[in-house]
Design a protein around this ligand. Structure first.
Ligand SMILES: Nc1ncnc2c1ncn2[C@@H]1O[C@H](COP(=O)(O)OP(=O)(O)OP(=O)(O)O)[C@@H](O)[C@H]1O
Length: 277
């Protein structure tokens, strides 16, 4: 692991009965970079995410997050609530999990529930409208509006999230995760179901999150145009193990990766590459 790594996954394994979903996986994600985790269906990508974000307790291995100030946190020892609050790891899911009946603004306010509950003195200060509560509430609204503006939805702040177009809902989920001011943002297939225009808008948003906010991003994605455009490094999994790692260019030209996606062996993949088909 180098000093510039925000996340270090060491010899991670996850078994479900007889199924080994992740098998002795090690990789690192660098600070202020986009790291993509790719691989064919069933390769183990979401299981890795679920271990990092505390939804699963790994069968073995270690997952270390290192904050800018050098503080290290062993994520495999914490539950999901502590991972989001203490380690500042936020995630989105493959399927949209907004509150569809709440407005876009309210969805972003809910994300700031922890900070608001603290400022309300667990309700009392909020009930009497104490100045400390009012300023915390204003800060939360300002942050929510800033993110609505960043994703081009400020004029739809009061619309129910469930009534927004699909691509807008996807970006709203990312904005909701950003309202928790994460150190590491984990996105599980954010481009799923998006059209080409929406995918391009997503890539632009993620690149700006990395450059303007310095947020490190870990991304699972099947849309290779998004992966190739925004990733600094790519880790490729197949059958629970890492089969390749490198820049998008390295990965694109790697016969092992092509073979995994084609469901073929390496020699067949080389033949396909050489024939240019
Ligand atoms: N809770 C579980 N119980 C049993 N098996 C599981 C569980 N979660 C995942 N698996 C199995 O682990 C393997 C890896 O699944 P996982 O969802 O992590 O793959 P993936 O790479 O994210 O796939 P996809 O790209 O299709 O989302 C699969 O064989 C899956 O059936």
């Amino acid at each position: 692991m180098s000093g510039d790594d925000i996340l270090s996954v060491d010899h991670l394994s996850m078994r479900f009965g007889g199924i080994v979903a992740v098998n002795d996986l090690s990789f690192a994600a660098k600070r202020r970079e986009v790291t993509a985790l790719i691989g064919p269906n069933g390769a183990g990508k979401t299981t890795v995410f679920n271990c990092i974000t505390g939804f699963y307790k790994p069968s073995s291995g270690a997952i270390r997050l290192t904050h800018d100030n050098g503080t290290q946190i062993q994520l495999e020892r914490l539950n999901d609530f502590r991972i989001s609050k203490q380690a500042k790891v936020a995630r989105t899911f493959q399927n949209i999990r907004l509150f569809p009946g709440m407005t876009a603004l309210e969805n972003l306010m809910v994300a700031q529930h922890n900070a608001l509950m603290r400022a309300s003195g667990l309700t009392f200060l909020g009930l009497i409208g104490a100045p400390s509560w009012r300023s915390a509430e204003k800060r939360a609204i300002d942050l929510a509006k800033l993110w609505l503006d960043r994703i081009g939805l400020l004029d739809r702040a009061d619309d129910a999230a469930g009534n927004l177009p699909y691509g807008d809902q996807r970006r709203l989920e990312i904005a909701r995760a950003m309202c928790t001011e994460p150190a590491l943002l984990c996105l599980d297939e954010p481009a799923a179901g998006l059209n080409a225009r929406e995918s391009a808008a997503l890539s632009e948003l993620l690149l700006s999150i990395r450059s303007d906010h310095g947020t490190s991003i870990l991304l699972i994605e099947h849309d290779m145009s998004v992966v190739m455009e925004i990733s600094d490094r790519v880790v490729v999994m197949d059958y629970g193990v890492k089969i390749a790692e490198g820049t998008p260019q390295d990965i694109r030209d790697d016969p092992k990766v092509i073979a995994a996606y084609l469901g073929a062996d390496e020699e067949e993949a080389i033949a396909v590459m050489e024939s240019g088909t």
